[in-house]
Design a protein around this ligand. Structure first.
Ligand code: NAI
Ligand code: SOE
Length: 390
């Protein structure tokens, strides 16, 4: 059986999630497109990398990501570092012909994403950006219903991504609150997931009218390199400046005439991973909430008048990716499953040449929308989104 050797960079939260995906890929998808070999894991914290190699099953570890990119035995570079390193690593990896999966947001700005997109095109390598939520079976089922015309023409998309891990002003100033590293705050970190879903389900976003707000302008420093998402408070450290948004709200106009809105914040007490959308079409409606990720709420206009209303479809074998998962509906999937599906689709693209999305072009387009959101918030006006021509 063919093998693909993985070099994973960044041994934090996503390092764990992606490693789990490579370990489990052949358990869900059999035969796999190729057997993943967890070859090397890198982290600037060499001790963490060494521990991760043992914990996540890699052959070896290093403290220097360049050694992974330069290793001729590695087939796939997996970028799971904070956002400021995505472009540098991806361009270096594309230049030496490695396939790449890069965590979201693809880059801090559209300009940075453009360099990654162009390097990927020039090298002809498979590239993917890890907007994994579109691989939740219920989300892919919503896409199937829309493509089949089950809700007619989509009129409206309402998306939210609400969390509360940063609502406490004393939660540390991790890299996610620093513009130089993260690029933006809630916008890039979680708003981009909803933008990806909006594009996937409805189509291209043509213009935006947006607001950005920073509620907590200072936080305690000393968080270290790894973001513990609100945990790990340190007493007595100096406070530093937050220079990113805590909340984004935006109206959307889609190129196909649909309209919509997105709200994203990590300061919404009581919301944990409240990634939702509600879609209204000329023939029905669809509602999804990631906190109930095995369910899709649907209402079809052609149901008899006396029965019309939302019904709940529990995803299972009849639905996208169902063959690979569990034998009856509602046994439930988890966050890790979206990453296993993502890894399988990446491997299929590498081995069979099947197209993969979202790719760097999609990540670049999301970065262009994000730039337009920032420009709109600054000018307090509608801003058109430049459209990547490919
Ligand atoms: P994290 O803070 O948990 O881990 C990042 C790791 O990168 C740390 O161990 C840090 O030491 C390491 N690192 C920093 N500089 C490095 C360098 N020069 N060389 C090698 N390693 C370096 O961060 P997390 O949550 O894993 O986020 C990583 C990326 O994944 C980010 O782009 C984030 O936006 C994305 N992400 C995506 C998620 C999704 O659902 N798709 C979920 C969480 C994060
Ligand atoms: C923190 O907001 C975070 O880890 C994001 O970075 C991820 O992209 C999201 O999926 C979960 O929450």
């Amino acid at each position: 059986m063919k093998t693909l050797r993985i070099g994973l960079i960044g041994a934090g939260f996503m390092g764990k999630a992606h490693s789990l995906a490579y370990a489990a890929l052949p358990m869900y998808f059999w035969p796999p497109p190729a057997m993943p070999i967890r070859s090397v894991i890198a982290d600037v914290n060499a001790e963490l990398a060494a521990e991760a190699a043992v914990r996540y099953g890699y052959e070896r570890s290093t403290g220097d990501w360049r050694r992974v990119v330069d290793d001729p035995n590695i087939d796939v570079i997996d970028i799971a570092t904070p956002n400021d390193l995505h472009a540098e690593i991806a361009v270096a990896a594309a230049t030496v012909g490695k396939h790449i999966i890069c965590e979201k947001p693809l880059a801090r700005t559209g300009e940075e994403a453009r360099g990654m997109y162009e390097a990927g095109c020039a090298a002809g390598i498979v590239n993917m950006v890890a907007f994994n939520y579109r691989r939740t079976p219920a989300v892919a089922l919503a896409k199937r219903y829309i493509d089949e015309g089950a809700i007619g023409q989509v009129l409206n998309f309402r998306g939210t991504y609400l969390q509360d891990w940063s609502a406490d002003p004393e939660s540390p100033l991790s890299w996610r609150f620093q513009k130089s590293i993260a690029g933006s705050g809630a916008l890039g970190d979680i708003g981009t997931h909803v933008l990806d879903l909006a594009r996937y389900l409805v189509g291209e976003v043509a213009s935006v009218n947006s607001m950005l707000r920073t509620y907590i302008p200072k936080r305690p420093t000393g968080a270290g390199g790894l973001d513990r998402l609100g945990a790990g408070r340190l007493a007595g450290t100096p406070w530093g400046i937050v220079d990113v948004d805590d909340e984004v709200s935006t109206l959307l106009r889609f190129g196909n005439g649909a309209v919509g809105s997105i709200e994203a914040t990590r300061n919404a007490y009581g919301r944990n991973n409240f990634l939702t959308f509600e879609l209204h079409g000329t023939e029905g409606s669809i509602v999804f909430n990631y906190e109930r990720r095995d369910e899709l709420q649907v209402c079809f206009a052609d149901d008899p008048d006396d029965r019309r209303g939302f019904r709940t479809v529990h995803t299972g074998p009849a639905h996208p990716y169902g063959d690979a998962l569990w034998p009856i509906p509602a046994l439930g999937i988890g966050y890790g499953d979206t990453k296993i599906i993502e890894a399988n689709d990446l491997f299929r693209a590498i081995v069979d040449g099947t197209p993969v999305s979202p790719d760097f072009g999609d990540g670049y387009q999301v970065a262009l929308i994000s730039d337009a959101i920032v420009a709109s918030a600054e000018s307090d006006a509608w801003v058109d989104v430049p459209m990547l021509d490919r």
